[in-house]
Design a protein around this ligand. Structure first.
Ligand SMILES: CC(C)(COP(=O)(O)OP(=O)(O)OC[C@H]1O[C@@H](n2cnc3c(N)ncnc32)[C@H](O)[C@@H]1OP(=O)(O)O)[C@@H](O)C(=O)NCCC(=O)NCCS
Length: 151
């Protein structure tokens, strides 16, 4: 079982930024985590080790009409493949449902087949291809899921 808690502004910023740098191709502003937190604290979840050091996180925003959008999901390289990402998603579903969210959407690079498989295993379905969605010209895939899921 993964320890998961809400994001702590300032305390978590640096570590999450490091995980983002290693895991995600896009370049993010270091203030991005606080920006999302200010909009929706419950939508920013951090997986931690027993010393409360972040090993993965989900950043998200609320959209209209009961949708939430996952902006970033990443797990530190040394902790992948052990269920941390799936546990983060599961907890995120519960927090979303509590906030009145009914559906979740996200975008992922079309070439990131492992991540697409990971999302499919966790109840997401591909709904659209997004040509040249990313700054480097790569296509994206939109994936959606109901917030409530019994798997
Ligand atoms: C995608 C990601 C968040 C999954 O987290 P995780 O903790 O490794 O996921 P889980 O342990 O719950 O599930 C493992 C599954 O994730 C998938 N996966 C994707 N990338 C992986 C990686 N680098 N290492 C291990 N598993 C990976 C596999 O399908 C794996 O299934 P398998 O065990 O049957 O091979 C994580 O691997 C990661 O941070 N990847 C880099 C960043 C990224 O691609 N983010 C998503 C794009 S927005």
């Amino acid at each position: 079982m993964t320890l998961i808690r809400e994001f702590k502004p300032q305390a978590d910023d640096e570590r999450l930024y490091d995980i983002a740098l290693i895991s995600l191709d896009e370049i993010y502003n270091p203030n991005v985590f606080f920006g999302f937190y200010a909009l929706w604290p419950q939508g920013q979840l951090v997986a931690v080790d027993i010393f409360d050091r972040p090993i993965g996180y989900i950043s998200s925003v609320r959209l209209r009409d009961g949708w939430a959008r996952i902006m970033m999901l990443a797990v530190d390289e040394g902790h992948r493949g052990k269920g941390v990402g799936s546990d983060l998603l599961q907890r995120f579903r519960a927090e979303s449902a509590r906030s009145g969210i009914t559906a979740i959407t996200l975008e992922v690079k079309k070439e990131n087949e492992r991540a697409i498989r990971f999302y499919e295993k966790n109840g997401f379905r591909r709904t659209r291809v997004l040509p040249r969605f990313y700054a480097d010209g790569n296509d994206g895939v939109r994936m959606d899921s109901p917030a409530h899921l019994y798997i």
